[in-house]
Design a protein around this ligand. Structure first.
Ligand code: AMP
Length: 277
């Protein structure tokens, strides 16, 4: 496995190859590795980046506490058959002297609702770093998890705005045995919070099973009840039309409905989502 720190070194190894790209912030788990496996299965030269991007954190404490474990990550990537790891320093991505506001895109409605509303500026930061990484890595395909469903939609919009010939592949959420979506943040959960955190999945499953039976308001009320009982602080639980990212007022239409949720388990912010119908 090749390890590089600069875009120039990366280009020396990727020139003329069909690249499959998996951008990450490290602290890797099976969710990340499923993206690597998909790229490998498609016969692509698989590049994984590990970069904790400061411009997408609206909360400095969250950035400081973001788990970092590069040695363990490299070990997992080697075992997963990754071809090249890109480990840039912040100056490689944001060179001093260049406009730090370059590649900031406007994603419209998508960047103002749900994750965008509760994490102002987050998607502009995500769009910026992914744009820069795409320019450096120049992949044919890039793999993203449905775990971050709103981000996946933002990335699809980004590629359209960039007019770049990059295919975006969305991959299913990998979960723990009790349904909790795998996340780098899970390792910050206390044992009690970890146990309570499965309520995100329980509430989404309740919504999926009842989407044709109960109106959205009733489903939301039951979800709130489940969160209260689990002692997990709910930030939002919504049923949306996944194409428009607008709240679904009724569920008997032909829309693609998705449940989306954000909540704090023992002070750690977790998100999840599920296709409902
Ligand atoms: P992150 O390191 O959190 O920025 O995530 C890097 C990529 O891994 C993103 O495309 C995420 O959506 C994806 N990812 C994170 N967790 C999971 C999961 N549990 N299942 C599938 N993909 C995931």
């Amino acid at each position: 496995m090749i390890i590089v720190k600069t875009g120039k070194q990366l280009k020396n190894h990727t020139d003329g190859k069909q690249v499959g790209f998996v951008p990450t912030m490290g602290a890797l788990h099976e969710g990340h590795l499923s993206l690597v496996a998909e790229s490998r299965n498609r016969g692509l030269f698989t590049v994984v980046s590990i970069f904790v991007n400061p411009t997408q954190f609206n909360n400095p404490e969250d950035l400081a506490k973001y788990p970092r474990d590069t040695e363990a990550d490299l070990h997992k990537l080697r075992a997963a058959g990754c071809d090249l790891v890109f480990l840039p320093e912040p100056e490689e991505i944001y060179p001093p002297g260049t406009d730090q506001k370059r590649y900031i895109h406007d994603f419209g409605h998508l960047e103002h609702v749900f994750e965008g509303h509760f994490r102002p500026g987050h998607f502009r930061g995500v769009g910026q770093v992914v744009h820069i990484l795409f320019e450096i890595v120049r992949p044919e395909l890039a793999f993203f998890g449905e775990k971050d469903f709103q981000q996946l939609q933002v990335i699809k919009r980004l590629v359209a705005l960039m007019d770049a010939p990059i295919e975006i592949v969305g991959m299913p959420t990998v979960r723990e045995h009790d349904g909790l979506a795998m996340s780098s943040r899970n390792r910050r959960l206390s044992p009690e919070a970890r146990q309570a955190a499965s309520v995100l999945y329980t509430a989404l499953e309740f919504a999926r099973k009842n989407i044709r039976v109960l109106p959205p308001d009733r489903i939301r009320a039951e979800a709130e009840h489940l969160f209260n009982r689990a002692g997990v602080k709910l930030e939002y639980f919504e049923i949306i039309d996944e194409d428009s990212f607008c709240k679904a007022e009724n569920t008997d239409s032909a829309k693609n409905l998705r449940g989306i949720v954000a909540a704090y388990a023992g002070g750690i912010r977790l998100i999840d989502n599920m296709r409902l119908a």
